[in-house]
Ligand binder design. Sequence first.
Ligand code: MEV
Length: 323
Amino acid sequence: MKKIVVSAPGKLMLLGEHAVVYNHSCIVTAVGQRMFVTLELLPEPTFELEASDVEVAGYKKRFASLGEGDIPKGARFVEMAVKNFTKRYPLKGGVRITTKSEFSSLFGFGSSSASTVCVIKGLAELTNTNLSSKEIFELAYKTVLDVQGKGSGFDVAAAIYGRTLYFVTGGKVIEPIALDELPLVVGYTGVKADTVSLINAVAEKAFRHPKRIEVIYTQIGDMVDEAHAALKERNWPLVSELMDFDQGMLESLGVSSQRLAGMIHAARDAGAWGAKLSGAGGGDCMIALVSREKKQAVSEAITKVGGQVIDVATNVEGVRIEL
Ligand code: MEV
């Protein structure tokens, strides 16, 4: 039977979270810890999944009932990706899938979107279906919306295209930004954030204060656009200042936390150019943009206030076939 291994990177949001759900832009970078997915075609129309990182073992289902019934949390994205792909490009038999991640699903690096992308890319390769990156994006983004109902798709784009991207909601714009480095220090809070609950909490606030929240979203979108231009010129201090402003906006939306704020202030006090939360907020990670000279001091300061520094490359390659 034909077998293939596909990998895709995790991601970190540089600027623009939350506003990007509502037709604004964001900047995202792909990180050097990857999701690996092995796909093997089966003669019978069954779907099998092993995903030990998210406690799924020996999961098996008939193709005809894909997407139905009580699906374990750790299987939802992969199962829906198989369903969406095979609905459009029917398979003769079935598929066995094994996922293995280099990063913890707790970090908020986007393990679900990375595995979704790997499954669609892998099935396309195994069935000789020629899909462009945009076509992979459309199928993977549909899968994310089918499972969690909400999201901008920026994480899916990062997993597919890699590098650092300027992105607008739903993939209206996906533009790589040519960079040779992005000097970030990444700190994990130790707290897992629930993206959908945080999006809902912000939506509720927007319902009560529509004008104020719209002003905040517009401000965030403007900062992203200014940072986009500044990044092209490697103007790290300006990008960082915009990150600090963005953190202020995210505080106003109510998605920062004491732990995040402590790590962000520790990083700034230790000489980071700028620092903010990255992702939905509430927990997950913060990022600091730092000069080479300050990297050590900033890392130590984040650790000292209880954060876990994650040594990870940024601006890395997108989805690829491993073997
Ligand atoms: C979550 O990492 C970032 C959000 O903007 C959601 C999304 O864009 O899908 C809150």
